[in-house]
Design a protein around this ligand. Structure first.
Ligand SMILES: [Zn+2]
Length: 172
């Protein structure tokens, strides 16, 4: 396991400010996203705060890129890796695996364009975060609300269940 992260930290709900931060991130409001994620990071006592910090730094990296600040982007991106790595690909409903690979593509393009060419970056490369915003699972058998714990989603009414690894289908 990378960085000693515990996959069970990925179950449960997002801090509400982290959710708001991701909404703003996906609107391209990277500065405002950073402010919300900072609140979540400060208030969250558990290990998941590292993930909030990582996404915060991705937001700041993208902010620097959209402002043409090559040195800032490279510096904050390097810092972000420590916090964004080691998590399950799907963590608290966030597709962290895709966020990492999207950022890799953006940063290799930033490196190719260099300090003088960063202003020419194709904004289409900067992708939104895929996530299951509501983090609610409705049972397809009885319509009840399902409960999620340690990557197992179970219906308390009828016993219907599925596994965390099946959650990928919610992002297709
Ligand atoms: Zn059910």
């Amino acid at each position: 396991m990378t960085q000693g992260r515990n996959p069970s930290d990925c179950s449960g709900r997002l801090h509400p400010n982290a959710g708001e931060g991701i909404r703003l991130f996906n609107e391209g409001k990277y500065f405002e996203a950073h402010e919300e994620l900072e609140i979540a990071w400060n208030e969250e006592p558990g290990p998941i705060r590292d993930l909030y910090r990582g996404i915060l730094q991705v937001a700041v990296t993208y902010l620097h890129i959209t402002r043409g600040n090559y040195d800032g982007a490279v510096k904050v991106h390097a810092r972000s890796l420590k916090w964004i790595q080691g998590w399950s690909d799907i963590c608290r409903g966030i597709n962290v695996g895709k966020l990492r690979s999207d950022m890799d593509i953006v940063m290799s393009e930033v490196g190719r364009l260099g300090r003088n060419g960063i202003g020419d970056i194709d904004r289409f490369l900067i992708k939104p975060i895929l996530w299951n915003e509501k983090r609610r699972w409705v049972c397809d058998r009885c319509g009840g609300e399902m409960q999620e714990s340690n990557c197992k989603v179970t219906c308390p009414n009828c016993g219907n269940r599925f596994d965390c690894s099946d959650l990928n289908l919610y992002f297709d």
